[in-house]
Design a protein around this ligand. Sequence first.
Ligand code: NAD
Length: 454
Amino acid sequence: MNIINPATEEIIKTVQEDSPAALHEKYTVLRQAQKAWGLKKLSERLVVVQRFYELLGEQIEGLAAVLTAEVGKPLAQSRNEINGARARILWMMGHAERYLSEELITDTEELQEKISYEPLGVICNISAWNYPYLVGVNVFVPALMAGNAVMYKPSEYASLTGLEIEQLWKKAGLPSGVFELALGAKETGEALLELDFDGYFFTGSYRTGKHIYEKVAHKMVPCQLELGGKDPLYVADDVLDVAGVAAGTADGAFYNNGQSCCAVERIYVHESVYEAYEAAFLKEVQSWKIGLPTEEGVYIGALTRKEQLDVLEDQVQDALSKGATLLYGGKRSAGKGYYFEPTVLVNVTNEMKVMREESFGPIIGIMKVKDDEEALIFMKDTAYGLTAAVYSHDVDRAQRILSDIDAGSGYWNCCDRVSAGLPWSGRKHSGFGATLSHQGFRAFVKPKAWHLRK
Ligand code: NAD
């Protein structure tokens, strides 16, 4: 499998995909190794995680360079991602004891009742490329802490990062066979669905997630899906700093080239602040440097996947044919690399693809609305349910709107944000189950109820 640098279109490496036979062998190794790992004390497992955390910090420059080379994100954003992953691990290390230890529920002279948390066993983690460290860490760190063995399948677009992660675990002292890598694309993923894992944890598109869920249903094991979104954002008429809100929300839409599951994908703006917002938004977008992701100061690098250029072009054409106005950008850039100009569409309607289908790229539709009610109708008009945001001076007003939206996260005066202490979860086509928070530990264990009559 050739690994291509999306910014230069050069082949940077060739790696060997895992055959179904190789995967079966790794699966057998994981089964064996899990037994001893699961029996270790939590404190012993945490020593290994601590070392993994330290290594991420010590090797950040090299790791960021590899990530940027294969996914095309600006180097500064690769460093941010690794630092973000470290912060999450730190939170998990500080909370593992609390959420994985036995809980005493009742303790009388006659009866003791307690809950213990047993590892699921050997789990399979099929992952995405847009934030391989962040979405990877969400799954494999608490899974390992809880005593599971992990088959980690990085996206084919983040294979080199997958190999780095495997090396880091080895260096951190993780016993051999507790963490195995499955390299390859769709066929590798399919082969993993044939093996008898004790849980499937998937991050990726709705389409693949639905397929995986259907395919593993008969196994009767947990299956958790973190999928895409079409996240709406509303700017109310009482915001105090329209220009500041415009700049912040533009970042929420375009950071990582818009390739974030929780990127702002649709913007609704109250008519009384619309003009000021649009002007400030445009000014912000025009200020960004586009270029090689390794260059200092670049904010818009290359897209990771070539095919996404067609998706974005199609969304622009669809919007224009239905009456939208192109305020900025609108096409792929000439020359080498998978570059697409940051694109702003206005006079859009919710019938256009750019307001309905996940764009996963540097493109945004902005719509004028007359009041909160109209904004809410549009915000709710989606098959997805990952996040929703409201910018307003009034927290009650924002919470009223957000409580009425069927999404896993509600943002007031912020967006495109994930917190280690809060559950990260989607609804509807954005998936189900949660990572992070206490739920993100409990996802990887089976509770056992102990009824001890004295
Ligand atoms: P994708 O669905 O194309 O691929 C995800 C993974 O599934 C890859 O490892 C891929 O090789 C594998 N795969 C593909 N076909 C398969 C099959 N038939 N059987 C088994 N495995 C298969 O998604 P992607 O392009 O890697 O990621 C982008 C998507 O992920 C976006 O929709 C984004 O919103 C979503 N995402 C969601 C979250 C979240 O936390 N909710 C986080 C990051 C990304």
